[in-house]
Ligand binder design. Sequence first.
Ligand code: PMP
Length: 428
Amino acid sequence: MYSKSEMLFGKAKQVIPGGVNSPVRAFKSVGGTPVFMERAKGAYMYDVDGNRYIDYINSWGPMILGHAYEPVVKAIQEYATYSTSFGAPTELETKIAELITGMVPNIDMIRMVNSGTEACMTAIRLARGYTGRNKFIKFEGCYHGHADAFLVSAGSGVATLGIQSVPGVTTAVAEDTLTAPYNNLPAVEQLIADNTNQIAAIIIEPVAGNMGCILPQPGFLEGLRQLCDANNILLIFDEVMTGFRLARGGAQELLGIRADLVTFGKIIGAGMPVGAVAGPKEIMEHLAPAGKVYQAGTLSGNPIAMIAGYTLLQTLNENPVIYQQLEEKASYLVNGLKEAFGAAGIVHSINQMGSMLSAHFTEYPIVDFSAASAANNELFKRFFHAMLDRGIYLPPSAFESWFMSNALTTEDLDETIAAAKSAMQAIK
Ligand code: PMP
């Protein structure tokens, strides 16, 4: 069933560390061979062995309208004939900046970079430059990319591989990263009290997606906002996952909470390598060349990436009904999964917000990283493989969110629920 993937993985491991260009893809924690993909269209991906999968990763978020979305493909084809990079400004960069500042609350300006990592790295540097302070607070199990300072108590692949402390990150760098459990306001208050006038920023995934999907408890984000205001700390929403996914204006819009800086990735580039940091003019103009906080990129604002992102974002902006449809599809799936798990007598805890969700096998609510870690992740591994064998492509780790696309039909969701029922009966 996976023989060509096995052969290709064997070859890849000879020339690429671990055989992959990003760790979670390696299926390391679930075991087995990563599936090598050949092509994808709409809700489906097709591997090199000719297997078809209903996709619940969607390139870890970007493919919100499904793979190879026709208008995006056409725009890329057209723009590629003009040049794949100018290294000089284009009108398109202003147009996408205008579109985004119109969609997202509380931002006047945006700087394009090439990944979510770069976006978060820049946001922290900007917060430090703006406040003149060095430390920042992040939350256990949140992932903000692989810049040194973020690899402390990180989620996603760091959690999946069980890496406690990353070799190569110096103690001096790690010391400026303070951590608190997600949803734990008293822990944040304590850190602020212990580090008076030293904290530049609190960075958070407003809905966490890198330890499974974890929702902010009522009052938590509001409490962070108040603490930031009272202590002159910048609140950074890492909306790399949630931006343009939970709502046109992301978590800020959906949850009604203002951030001082926002980072983006994934959907903003429609699957091309793009990230961005955005905020009010007063803060953003500290970035070079307007200000002294240096940040740059040879390929930043790349025309192919910009037209891909612009085309997708315009569709989302003009069709807000997409978010309602995604929510309905996600709720339908969650109900079906609950039924499937219940029928097999498997205790479960499913978190969902909009089109992000995750299933954990435990009777306890999943509110933070330690709860996610304490769930039956061995069962998750078996569930993952049973679903894969039934043509359902889930994230290969319990510490990742599932992302749905609007290309999914009711038939796809029913097929997924039927697969979950049969998978659970097979493995329980
Ligand atoms: N922030 C969040 C919330 C993310 O989920 C990710 C990647 N999954 C990143 C930052 C880093 O983005 P990238 O992988 O594009 O560097």
